[in-house]
Design a protein around this ligand. Structure first.
Ligand SMILES: [Zn+2]
Length: 206
């Protein structure tokens, strides 16, 4: 029987790292639903999302990192179908970092069907907000939701990952943030640092 490591040395190990060329680095505190002891996404899936976000946030001079291991979410959140679940899942929220909760399926609470991700505000206290991602998310979904965390609405810029209209050009992997969106996120970054919504740190470098 193979037992996963981490009995003593794996706590708070830098996993996805913040690129060295960034002025500010923010922790993504990652919570993942486990079913029968197995996470619904693996580290490679999550780190591809973080790497994509790190590429797109370079013009904002912001980077993201996570530490291993994942925090465990119970299987009762595997299908997160209701607003009440989206509120309750954030029980471990704390200010200073971006909390990301990864579930197997995330229902659209406004219309039938599933969604890839959502930036959610706790209805009991709207200053508490976090990101939910579905295991079916595109690789760029985390970057899109962090865009919302940095104050962006959906947009109509063809180049932008905040534009949800189906289109062939540019391809999803080539979409970025529009320069207006970058300027807006820089302003919001300043405000969030001032208000301590986010705390910049980088434990992954000496
Ligand atoms: Zn959106």
């Amino acid at each position: 029987m193979v037992v996963a490591g981490c009995l003593t040395l794996c706590w708070a190990v830098p996993a996805a790292a913040c690129p060295e060329d960034r002025t500010h680095c923010f922790e993504l505190v990652t919570h993942v639903v486990h079913k029968d002891g197995t996470p619904v996404v693996d580290a490679a899936w999550l780190d591809a999302q973080i790497a994509h976000a790190n590429r797109l946030f370079k013009p904002v001079s912001v980077g993201f990192f996570r530490v291993a291991p994942f925090r465990k979410l119970p299987a009762s959140y595997a299908s997160t179908n209701t607003r009440a679940q989206r509120d309750a899942i954030g029980g471990a929220w704390a200010r200073g970092s971006i909390h990301v909760f990864i579930v197997e399926h995330l229902a659209n609470v406004d219309d039938p069907g599933e969604i890839n991700g959502v930036h959610w505000r706790n209805r009991a206290n709207r200053s508490q907000r976090w990101i939910l991602l579905s295991s079916i998310a595109w690789e760029l979904t985390l970057a899109h939701e962090i865009g919302h965390f940095f104050g962006l609405p959906h947009s109509e810029y063809l180049i932008s990952i905040m534009n949800k209209s189906p289109r062939a050009d540019p391809k999803p992997g080539d979409r970025v943030f529009h320069s207006d969106e970058i300027a807006r996120m820089k302003r919001r970054k300043k405000a969030m640092l001032k208000d301590r919504v986010l705390t910049s740190r980088r434990p992954d470098l000496p």
